[in-house]
Design a protein around this ligand. Structure first.
Ligand SMILES: Nc1ncnc2c1ncn2[C@@H]1O[C@H](COP(=O)(O)OP(=O)(O)O)[C@@H](O)[C@H]1O
Ligand SMILES: [Mg+2]
Length: 276
């Protein structure tokens, strides 16, 4: 049997000031899934992500990539970071070159990729993400939505297997948020594995195939969105609410207004259920 792509086992992490951010966390990410790490502010999502590509080293516990324990020497880390790309929540923490082109090609050049190959890859991701016309613009004048796409482009150019996006929709307007999630869907359909973090229960409910509910550096619940969001008590404990689609569905069900047995995962499915 194929091992999961990335597994963390009994993970503990403590910051220098003594904050215990991860407290015995277990997660296993299957190949090619769309997964969400869901948690309120401070739950430990970003800290966990920094362990996914070795930017942080566990205090205790281990990280496994394709069943192999992550090693923290330079060569092993470079290898891991080529496979596991991270899009930070704040694009200003990711982008620092003078132009978009330089930013997207930065990782490739750093890795010793030849100029011709780098050019080909940058052009391909530019086309795929619809940002080719931005190539020679200064990065710092772009909108947040554009910066976010450029961050993703830089990650994609490295051709990672696993793409991690920390709060991908934070700071984006609804249209740009939807566009970004649509692009992540396309990448998943092309074979990539995608893990996002979010405190947005509606986003996690509608987008993910797999959800981990995080609270104080521990997993409170995991499973399909329907399994996780059915656990009201745990959601409350994690300082989160029930997704609005599910909330409305329960009311309609109680009043006998709907007969379909599966709650809708999108507005379109809700509409369809109402017309059945
Ligand atoms: N650099 C840091 N130094 C000290 N504590 C930190 C640092 N970064 C995060 N923390 C703390 O670690 C915990 C988890 O934070 P974080 O991983 O950023 O959560 P999330 O991404 O879910 O909001 C919080 O209590 C936060 O205050
Ligand atoms: Mg965070």
């Amino acid at each position: 049997m194929q091992p999961d792509l990335l597994t963390v086992r009994d993970l503990y992490y403590r910051y220098q000031d003594g904050t215990n951010a991860l407290n015995g966390l277990n997660i296993s990410v299957p190949v090619n899934c769309r997964a969400a790490i869901l948690g309120a502010n401070g739950a430990g999502k970003s800290t966990l992500f920094l362990h996914f590509n070795g930017l942080l080293r566990p205090l205790a516990g281990s990280v496994y990539y394709r069943g192999r324990e992550v090693q923290y020497n330079k060569k092993a880390l470079m290898n891991l970071r080529q496979r596991v790309g991270i899009v930070f929540q704040n694009p200003d923490h990711q982008l620092f070159s003078a132009s978009v082109w330089q930013d997207i090609s930065f990782g490739l050049m750093n890795q010793g990729c030849g100029k011709a190959e780098a050019r080909m890859r940058v052009e391909a991701v530019g086309e795929q993400l619809g940002i080719s016309e931005l190539f020679f613009r200064p990065t710092h004048f772009l909108s947040v939505g554009q910066k976010k796409m450029v961050s993703l482009a830089g990650v994609l150019a490295m051709e990672p297997e696993l793409i991690i996006c920390d709060e991908p929709t934070a700071g984006l307007d609804p249209e740009n948020a939807q566009l970004f999630m649509h692009v992540l869907n396309q990448l998943q359909q092309q074979g990539k594995t995608i893990v996002i973090s979010t405190h947005d229960v509606n986003l996690a409910y509608q987008w993910a195939d797999l959800v981990w509910l995080l609270h104080r550096g521990q997993v409170l619940a995991e499973g399909s969105p329907l399994e996780v969001f059915d656990q009201d008590e745990l959601l409350k404990q994690a300082h989160l609410e029930t997704p609005w689609l599910l909330e409305i569905w329960r009311v309609m069900e109680a009043q006998g207004l709907v007969s379909a047995d599966m709650p809708p995962r999108s507005k379109a499915q809700l509409r369809q259920a109402l017309h059945e």
